[in-house]
Design a protein around this ligand. Structure first.
Ligand code: GLN
Length: 477
C-alpha cells in the first residue's frame, strides 16, 4: 500500500493493527516528491540536506505521522523564509505554538517547507522567490495562493496533511483550485505566535487536508488559547470530531445573493446549484440572504492588509534576519537590502500601505476602511441571527493559467472576492470540493458560520462530503 496516499485518520487506523514507523511514511512521501515535485514545485529547497535534532515524540496521538508546513510558520532550526529572498537562510530559534502543539501530539514535522507567495502576498503562488507551484490537475494552471504549495502537496499525495495560513483566502482558494479541504478558523481560535505576520488583524493558521475528518482532527490539535498571542481567545475548545456525528436536518443555510453575480463562472455556478440541492436532500433549509456591503470587501481588504503589511515588514532591514547587502553606511544598507531582498508584489504592498497610513491620507483611506470593515462584520452578525451558516462558491473561477493575471494586480486581487469577507469579519470558513469543470479542474464550495462556530462549518461540510464523491477523485500525475 502506498502510505502517502492515505489520510491521517486512515493511517491512524492502520497503525492500530500494524506497526508502521514514521520513517516508512516519510519514505513514501520522499519517493513521491522525487517523482513528481520537479513538475509541481510544491516544496522549496528540495536539495537542502537537513540535519535537525529530532525532538518529536512519536508515542503521542499522531504516532509520528508527518505534516507539511507552509514556509511562513516558524519551525525551530528549520529554514523559514516566507519564500522571500530577504529571509534567505533564516533559521528560527523557536517553534510556533502550532508546531509545539503538533509535536506534543506526536506529529513529525516534515523537513521540507511548502511553497507560497512571498510573505503570503498573492492568490497564485506565482510571487514565490522559488518560482510558482503548478496545479496537480493541470500543470499549466496555478495552484492558487498563497498556500499553493501546501494545497498542491496534499492534492498530489506528496503530503498527508498540511498547515496553511489565510489572511484573505490563502487556505480556501488554493484548496478549491487543487480539490482539497481548507479550513480558515475564527480569528483568535488558533495561536499566531510564530507565524511571520502579514496582516496581524486578519492572519489565521489552519489545516489543508484530504478530507473533512482530518480537518477536524487537526483543528482539535492546533486550536486553543495561547498566552503568547494576546489576540488568541480564552474559551473552551470543543471536540470538533464530535460535531461530525450530527446530521443537518433542519439546519438553516443562507445563500447570499451578492455572491451569485456577474463574473461568476457558469460551471462554478452549476456545481453550486447542484450542491445546494444535495443540502436540501439532506434536510437542510436553504434560503436567499443579503450581505449588502460585500461589494466593498476587496477595496477595504487591500487597504487594511497592505497598511498592516507595510508596518510588519519594516523589521526586515538586513540587520536582524536573513539577507544583507553590506554597505559602509546604515541607510544604504537598508536601501540596498530591502531593494533587492523584496520581490515586486511585496514592494507594491509596502508602498501602498505606507501611502494609506501617511498623514493626510490616513482618514480618507485607512480609517474609512476600518469603518466599512465594521459594516461588513455587522452584515454577518445580522445574517447569522437568521441562518446557521452560509454557502457560497470559494472562488468565482476555477484555477487560471500561470501568467494569466500576474501582470494585472487588480485582476488578481479580484479573484479573492468571495474569501476576503470572512477574514474582515473574523469568522470561520471552509472550502470543500464540490465538482469539476469540463476540463477537469476542481471546483470548491465555501461554508461560513458565526465566530467560533467551526463545529457548524465542519458538520455541514462533513455531511456534504459523505454524500458526494468529489473528495475521492485524485489528479493523474
Ligand atoms: N490573495 C490575498 C492577498 O494577496 C490573500 C492572501 C492571503 O490570504 N495570505 O492578499
Amino acid at each position: 500500500m502506498e502510505l502517502n496516499r492515505l489520510t491521517a485518520h486512515q493511517l491512524l487506523e492502520l497503525i492500530k493493527v500494524n506497526s508502521i514507523e514514521s520513517q516508512e511514511i516519510i519514505s513514501f512521501l520522499e519517493k513521491r516528491i522525487k517523482e513528481i515535485d520537479n513538475k509541481l514545485n510544491a516544496y522549496v529547497r528540495k536539495d537542502r540536506t537537513v540535519d535537525v535534532k529530532s525532538e518529536e515524540n512519536t508515542e503521542g496521538f499522531l504516532k509520528g505521522i508527518p505534516i507539511s508546513i507552509k514556509d511562513n510558520i516558524c519551525t525551530k532550526w528549520l529554514p523559514t523564509e516566507c519564500c522571500s529572498k530577504i529571509l534567505e537562510g533564516f533559521l528560527p530559534p523557536y517553534d510556533a505554538t502550532v508546531i509545539e502543539k503538533l509535536k506534543s501530539y506526536g506529529a513529525k514535522i516534515f523537513p521540507l517547507k511548502t511553497n507560497m507567495d512571498e510573505f503570503a502576498f498573492g492568490s497564485s503562488t506565482e510571487n514565490s522567490y522559488f518560482g510558482p507551484t503548478h496545479n496537480p490537475w493541470n500543470l499549466e494552471c496555478v495552484a492558487g495562493g498563497s498556500s499553493g504549495g501546501s494545497a498542491a502537496a496534499v492534492a498530489s499525495d506528496e503530503a498527508i496533511f498540511a498547515l496553511g495560513t489565510d489572511t484573505g483566502g490563502s487556505i480556501r482558494q488554493p484548496a478549491s483550485f487543487c480539490g482539497v479541504v481548507g479550513l480558515k478558523p475564527t480569528y483568535g481560535r488558533v495561536s499566531r505566535y510564530g507565524l511571520i505576520a502579514f496582516a496581524s488583524s486578519l492572519d489565521v493558521i489552519g489545516p489543508i487536508t484530504k478530507d473533512v475528518y482530518d480537518s477536524a482532527l487537526l483543528l482539535n490539535i492546533i486550536a486553543g488559547y495561547d498566552p503568547r498571542d494576546s489576540t488568541s481567545v480564552n474559551i473552551e475548545v470543543p471536540d470538533y470530531l464530535k460535531a461530525l456525528n450530527l446530521d443537518i436536518k433542519g439546519i438553516k443555510i443562507g445563500i447570499p445573493k451578492e455572491y451569485f453575480v456577474e463574473g461568476l463562472d457558469k460551471q462554478v455556478k452549476e456545481s453550486l446549484d447542484e450542491a445546494i440541492s444535495v443540502f436540501k436532500k439532506l434536510g437542510a433549509e436553504c434560503r436567499e440572504v443579503y450581505l449588502p456591503h460585500t461589494e466593498y470587501a476587496v477595496a477595504v481588504y487591500y487597504i487594511i492588509a497592505t497598511a498592516e503589511a507595510s508596518s510588519n515588514l519594516a523589521r526586515f532591514d538586513g540587520i536582524q534576519y536573513g539577507y544583507r547587502i553590506k554597505q559602509k553606511n546604515l541607510i544604504s544598507l537598508y536601501k540596498k537590502t530591502r531593494g533587492q531582498g523584496f520581490g515586486q508584489e511585496a514592494k507594491r504592498r509596502i508602498i501602498l500601505g505606507t501611502f494609506t497610513l501617511a498623514h493626510g491620507y490616513y482618514e480618507a483611506y485607512y480609517l474609512r476602511a476600518l469603518k466599512v470593515r465594521t459594516l461588513i462584520k455587522n452584515d454577518f452578525d445580522e445574517v447569522f441571527k437568521e441562518v446557521d451558516c452560509l454557502v457560497t462558491p470559494t472562488s468565482p473561477t476555477p484555477a487560471f493559467k500561470i501568467g494569466e493575471k500576474i501582470r494585472d494586480p487588480l485582476k488578481m486581487y479580484l479573484s479573492d472576492i468571495f474569501t476576503i469577507s470572512a477574514n474582515l469579519a473574523g469568522i470561520p470558513a471552509i472550502s470543500i470540493p464540490c465538482g469539476f469543470t469540463k476540463n477537469n479542474l476542481p471546483i470548491g464550495l465555501q461554508i461560513l458560520s458565526s465566530p467560533f462556530n467551526e463545529e457548524m462549518v465542519l458538520r455541514v461540510a462533513y455531511n456534504f462530503e459523505q454524500n458526494t464523491v468529489w473528495h475521492k477523485i485524485k489528479p493523474k500525475l
